[in-house]
Design a protein around this ligand. Structure first.
Ligand code: UDP
Length: 366
């Protein structure tokens, strides 16, 4: 617990990965945390269940920006946060990652002159087509404390002339989240039998990035590739992907896949850690596999997490490379798993939430 006054640190979040990655910090802040939820993810299976699983109290404030265009989301959230911060001024504002919520939290903190702390600073895909890249750059440049997960993330910030005094290397808070919520082996076995699969005899897959699912050719290629894999493929469908599959009338492409609603974090960890391999366009999953040591095919044009490439992950285009890489890995799975089990995660250990709280306290007293 900190010496900070009650509800004095505004923790702004709006999506599933932000809840997962800030839960440990919110726990350590205790009574000092004021959790503000923008509602960027408004589906209960992407938000509410995660507050419950992490034992986090429900948000103190809910802004409710909903599914709008990017500019509208950022505008509404910025205006809402600006009003909240002006009425009841926090001592610091904390944001995590690269969503529209993060950009809005940064702009509102800046507009009201409140110290801003960015968790997971310094990630760069160098791909200006991704809205997330712009959210990261805006936020890092406005932040008083940039909490970099790795030394390479710090280098990215220094290359943009962000002052070293503003940068702290903390590791990534995902490591603590995975370690805290990873179910015991017995529970993992129960989870697998609930999904009708056996250890190392299935693939876990997720897709939701606009570059993949908003483009009919890419989405169709991805679904065809998943269907070609000679193991059951569990596909928890993100609401955005569901909408696109309906819009493009691609429902029949799902027939040979194990399609399920998004699952809770414990179930996702149980499945991921027992899968033969994973195939995903998620950012967080790229980090998690390095903690539970499973190989991942990243279906993206670029990644802001190069630390895992060539070891835990491989970057492929949406097309035949997905099936080819999966088949290649399945050819000698035991050896691949054995090799990965020896490798440390590049994202540090479980101390990142404590380092985050230390940096928040420092920002308040600066
Ligand atoms: N996740 C989950 N249930 C699912 C799919 C994903 O708990 O059905 C978790 C996953 O472990 C990861 C996070 O959600 O920590 C990733 O969220 P998402 O892919 O939406 O965001 P990104 O990481 O790409 O920003």
């Amino acid at each position: 617990m900190t010496e900070l006054p009650s509800r004095s640190v505004a923790v702004v979040l709006g999506t599933r990965p932000e809840i997962i990655k800030l839960a440990g910090t919110v726990r350590l802040l205790g009574d000092a945390a004021r959790v503000i939820y923008t509602g960027q993810h408004y589906d209960p299976e992407l938000s509410g269940v995660f507050f419950d699983e992490f034992g986090m109290h429900r948000p103190d404030v809910h802004i409710g920006i909903g599914a709008e265009r990017r500019g509208t989301q950022i505008g509404r959230a910025t205006a809402g946060l600006d009003e909240l911060f002006s009425q009841d001024r926090p001592l610091a504002v904390v944001v995590q990652g690269d969503t529209n919520t993060v950009a809005a939290g940064a702009l509102a903190a800046n507009a009201t002159g409140i110290p801003l702390v960015h968790v997971e600073a310094g990630l760069r895909s160098f791909d200006r087509r991704m809205p997330e890249e712009h959210n990261r750059v805006i936020t890092d440049h406005l932040s008083d404390r940039c909490l970099a997960a790795t030394a390479a993330n710090r280098e990215n910030l220094l290359a943009e002339r962000i002052d070293d005094e503003r940068i702290v290397i903390t590791g990534n808070t995902i490591v603590e989240a995975v370690q805290r919520l990873m179910p015991e082996p017995e529970v993992r076995r129960e989870t697998l039998s609930r999904f009708g699969v056996e250890p190392n005899r299935f693939v876990l897959s997720t897709f939701h990035r606009p570059e993949n699912v908003d483009d009919p050719a890419n989405l169709s290629a991805i679904l065809d590739q998943l269907a070609s894999i000679p193991l059951p493929v569990i596909l928890p469908l993100h609401p955005r992907t569901v909408r696109r599959i309906e819009e493009f009338d691609m429902g029949t492409a799902l027939s040979s896949l194990v399609v399920v609603d998004p699952v809770g974090y414990r179930d996702f960890l149980a499945l991921g850690s027992e899968a033969a391999l994973l195939i995903s366009d998620s950012g967080g999953v790229q980090e998690e596999v390095s903690v539970y040591k499973r190989p991942l095919i990243v279906v993206r044009r670029s990644t802001e997490r190069p630390e895992v490439l060539g070891t835990f992950a491989e970057l492929v285009d949406p097309g035949p490379a997905i099936g080819a890489t999966a088949n290649d890995w399945l050819g000698d799975l035991e050896q691949l798993h054995r090799g990965l089990s020896q490798l440390p995660s590049p994202y540090g250990d479980s101390t990142a939430p404590q380092s985050t709280v230390d940096a928040i306290v420092e920002a308040v007293h600066a």
